[in-house]
Each structure stands twice: as structure tokens, then as C-alpha cells.
Ligand binder design. Structure first.
Ligand SMILES: Cc1ncc(C[n+]2csc(CCOP(=O)(O)OP(=O)(O)O)c2C)c(N)n1
Ligand SMILES: [Mg+2]
Length: 340
């Protein structure tokens, strides 16, 4: 997608307020720095197993998480670091998990693709494409049945829209008017295949919304203000009992699909073009347009740098998990920890 002309005009509408704007920037810088560090640690052979980065997609995680309330639930894919961090899980817990240390979020037993924190509303990262969409519907159905006001939010990629579970979940959510928000992060590629090569419509999620009686929502996913406003609207609709939303966010991943992918299949110059519309860079400019002083911005950046450095050191010093935990949090112990 070309950088949106609308985004600047929309961004200058001061309905968000300085405190929230600073929070949106802080969150995006934290996601960027933490994931860049994860990549450095992988190059040092300190990250075990595979991992999928969201570098370039930060505005979506930050914008949605900042619009969520405590108790709202996030359901992620294997590309889940950013969403987990954006809900407030610490950088140390996430990096520790990637490094398979005892201080990790799952004490090193899950790795990059299984980040979960019930306390923060992070209801897991799912490696099977589309698997979490019906699960998010189940969580939303529970909220509807019990009269709770929480919203379930399922994040997924463009490729996921060609999977049966996507269509089943959309239909079910629309028929039952469930408080669920489906967020498609259209980064133009599936694993290595351009989404346009294998999809019948140009916009894989937005162009299918009408099939389920839903509004067509297609936004600039690199502009955190636009993401935040769209999320707020969808959450208000869900909380009012008016049913689900399907939001397609246009974005681009800066790195390959996973750590093993050098992304050589992308046309020359495409990455550079998208980097001109980098969400972090864009939002830094936005803050300046609203009169935020350079030293305030620089302090946010240096505070995050320190946080990521300290988290890295803590993870490097942390022990491996003890062997005894192998048999905890699994069905062999009755699965009690998961019941309520
Ligand atoms: C049911 C299923 N089929 C295939 C795969 C292999 N696979 C892993 S990621 C991926 C691409 C998904 O692309 P997209 O939904 O656009 O998400 P992105 O990785 O771009 O965030 C595929 C096909 C899988 N994990 N699950
Ligand atoms: Mg994709």
C-alpha cells in the first residue's frame, strides 16, 4: 500500500490526547526494540527454536492493546511477541521465554510460539493457521452468556483468510452477534507466497466482510492513531451487544517470515518503500506535529533501550528451568491450573 494521504489529516484530529499518544509511541518503541534484540540474540545462538517477528507491524499491536480494557482477551498467531508485550507482559519475560530460561513467561517450556498470560488477557499464540478464530468465538460466547463486558480479539494474517476456520468463525460470530473483533494483519505475504497470487479478491479480509453482513473496514495498519480509533469503535460496538467486526490492517513485515527466511522472494525496492512508511518513524513525526518536545521523545527511547538492555542481561544470567517442571502444567497433572 502507498503511504496514506489520509493518515496525516486523520492524525491531526486531536481526539486522542497527549497521554495516550505517548503511550502509543512508548509501546511501539518497546515492541521494535524488544524484537530487534530478539533477532540479535538469535544471531548469537541464544534464542532456541524458531521465532516470527512483527518488525514493521507494531502499530497494530500497540493501537489495539491501547484501546483494550483490562479483561479483554487477545488471541494471537505464532507471530505473537508484539501482541503479548503490548498487553503489558515484560520484555524480560518474553525474551526469557525465547531463550528458554527459567525467568521466561512459560518458564522456558513454550518458546516463541506459545506465549500465554491469562493475567494480561493474552490467551495464547496458535501455530495452526486460523485455529484461534473459533476459540476466540468461544470466549466471546462465554462473555455474552454470562453478561460480561469483555471483548475477544483475534489477530491473524492475510493468508489465514483462505482457511475454512476463518469463514466458519466469521459466520458463527455474525449469527450469534458475538463480542469478538477479527483483526487481519495484511502484510502482503503468507509464508513465502504473495497473498494476491492465491486469493480471489484484492483485499483478503475486507472484501469478504459483506459475505457475513459486516461493514468493509480497510485501514492503514502502520498509523497507530487510525488503528487505535478503529479499535475503539469496534470495541464499543461489541460491548453494546451489536456483534463482531472484521478489520483489515495494511502493513508490511520488515523481516522474513521466520528466523530461517531471508525473504529473497520480495521484489527489489519493496521493503525500502515500506520503510518510508515505517510505523515508529511515522509516529515520532506525529508526536512532533502535536508539539511534543524532542527531549520527551528521546527520554522515552532511552528508557526503553535501558529496559531492553536490563532484560537481556537478566535473561543471560537466568538459569535453565529445572527438570521437575516438565510434568507440571500438562494434562498429566489433571490440567487443574487451567480450570476455573
Ligand atoms: C493449517 C496450517 N496450514 C499451514 C501452516 C503453515 N504456515 C505457517 S505460517 C503460514 C503462512 C501464514 O500467513 P499469514 O496468515 O499471512 O500470516 P503471517 O505469517 O504473514 O503473519 C503457513 C502457511 C500452518 N501453520 N497451519
Ligand atoms: Mg501475511
Amino acid at each position: 500500500m502507498k503511504p496514506s494521504k489520509q493518515s496525516t489529516a486523520a492524525g491531526l484530529n486531536d481526539d486522542i490526547g497527549e497521554a495516550k499518544r505517548l503511550a502509543l509511541y512508548r509501546s511501539q518503541v518497546r515492541l521494535r526494540d524488544a524484537e530487534q534484540r530478539a533477532f540479535d540474540l538469535f544471531l548469537q545462538n541464544l534464542v532456541k527454536g524458531t521465532s516470527h517477528l512483527s518488525l514493521g507491524q507494531e502499530a497494530i499491536a500497540a493501537g489495539f492493546a491501547e484501546a483494550m480494557e483490562k479483561g479483554d482477551l487477545s488471541f494471537c498467531t505464532y507471530r505473537g511477541h508484539a501482541h503479548t508485550l503490548a498487553r503489558g507482559v515484560s520484555v524480560e519475560k518474553v525474551l526469557g521465554e525465547l531463550m528458554q530460561r527459567d525467568n521466561g513467561l512459560m518458564r522456558g517450556k513454550g518458546g516463541s510460539m506459545h506465549l500465554t498470560s491469562e493475567e494480561h488477557g493474552v490467551m495464547g499464540c496458535y501455530a495452526i493457521i486460523g485455529a484461534h478464530l473459533p476459540i476466540a468465538c468461544g470466549a466471546a460466547w462465554r462473555a455474552q452468556y454470562k453478561g460480561h463486558k469483555d471483548v475477544s480479539v483475534a489477530f491473524f494474517g492475510d493468508g489465514t483468510t483462505n482457511i475454512g476456520a476463518f469463514h466458519e468463525a466469521l459466520n458463527f460470530a455474525a449469527v450469534w452477534k458475538l463480542p469478538v473483533v477479527f483483526v487481519c494483519e495484511n502484510n502482503l505475504y503468507m509464508e513465502y507466497t504473495p497473498i494476491g497470487d492465491v486469493t480471489a479478491v484484492p483485499q483478503p479480509a475486507a472484501d469478504r466482510a459483506s459475505a457475513y453482513g459486516l461493514e468493509r473496514i480497510l485501514i492503514d495498519g502502520n498509523d497507530a492513531d487510525i488503528v487505535y480509533r478503529t479499535a475503539q469503535k469496534a470495541f464499543a460496538k461489541a460491548r453494546a451487544g451489536e456483534g463482531p467486526s472484521l478489520i483489515e490492517c495494511l502493513t508490511y513485515r520488515h523481516s522474513g517470515h521466520s528466523r530461517a527466511d531471508p525473504a529473497k522472494y520480495r521484489p527489489e525496492g519493496e521493503l525500502e518503500k515500506w520503510k518510508e512508511h515505517d510505523p515508529v518513524k511515522l509516529y515520532r513525526e506525529r508526536l512532533k506535529q502535536f508539539g511534543v518536545k524532542e527531549d520527551v521523545i528521546a527520554k522515552i527511547e532511552s528508557d526503553i533501550r535501558r529496559e531492553v538492555d536490563e532484560a537481556t542481561e537478566a535473561c543471560k544470567a537466568a538459569p535453565l528451568p529445572p527438570a521437575e517442571i516438565l510434568t507440571t502444567d500438562v494434562y498429566a497433572d489433571g490440567g487443574w491450573a487451567w480450570r476455573n
